[in-house]
Design a protein around this ligand. Structure first.
Ligand code: 13P
Length: 250
């Protein structure tokens, strides 16, 4: 793997702004010589403190979601422009919790992706099958559909700026990690999808991250796989010592 790996932490609905600040202050000195790029996505309310705390460190701060419109009557929503104005650099879109708990469909996710790119935010597009879909041998169909609908109407140039995260729904927060063989098999399939629907050059440069119960104990084996370019970490990114171990092993 010749490109720099990415270790991204998705804090989900955890940490106040003060907790976020403390975390980043504690983490930064532990990862100074890390080879991987480090991304963290706190809650909206902790973004500003996190961006300030990450100043002069190698940590990049992003959001966990955004709306697809620029402004207007969307009570409770946050626009990409608002995030960009804060200094946010990336945004997670299509996370399985957004798809399954909040019923976001692929077309909404696609509109958000287009908006994020217009707003100068780097999208991490999450795709992944459920346990039932895997058992029914629909993994590849589901992934191709989520990927294709996700990148619909994007120019190749825009599509080359996205990061893909493969997060099998059955492995999220369950302690059940996909084995490195299963993950590699799917990542190699996703890489081929990128060649098929975009092109070879884009596929070579695109980061495809694995997410789902990543821990210090399994990160090395996952990272050794040819098509795994990084990890998206939930639970294990909430403790700075544990997250530092993951980063330093990636
Ligand atoms: P866990 O690492 O807690 O399984 O969560 C993965 C995830 O959803 C990251 O976005």
């Amino acid at each position: 793997m010749d490109k720099k790996s990415i270790v991204a932490g998705n804090w989900k609905m955890n940490k106040t702004q003060l907790e976020a600040k403390e975390f980043i202050k504690n983490l930064a000195p532990l990862i100074q010589s890390a080879r991987a790029s480090v991304y963290i996505s706190p809650s909206f309310t902790a973004l500003q403190e996190s961006i300030l705390a990450a100043n002069n460190t190698n940590i990049i701060i992003g959001a966990q979601n955004m709306h697809d419109e620029t402004d207007g009557a969307f009570t409770g929503e946050i626009s990409g422009g608002m995030l960009k104005a804060l200094g946010v650099e990336f945004v997670i879109l299509g996370h399985s919790e957004r798809r399954h708990v909040f019923h976001e469909d692929s077309s909404f996710i696609n509109r958000k992706l287009i908006r994020a790119l217009k707003d100068g935010l780097q999208p991490i597009l999450c795709i992944g099958e459920t346990q039932k879909e895997r058992e029914e041998k629909k993994t590849e169909i589901v992934l191709e559909e989520q990927f294709l609908k996700g990148i619909q109407n994007l120019s190749k140039k825009d599509a080359s700026n996205i990061i893909i995260a493969y997060e099998p729904v059955w492995a999220i927060g369950t302690g059940k990690t996909a084995t490195s063989e299963i993950a590699e098999h799917v990542h190699s399939f996703i890489r081929k999808l990128v060649v098929k629907h975009l092109d070879k050059e884009i596929s070579k440069n695109m980061h495809i991250l694995y997410g789902g119960s990543v821990k210090p104990q399994n990160v090395e084996e996952l990272m050794q796989q040819e098509n795994i370019d990084g990890v998206l970490v939930g639970g294990a990114s909430l403790d700075y010592k544990v997250f530092a171990q993951i980063i330093n092993k990636a």
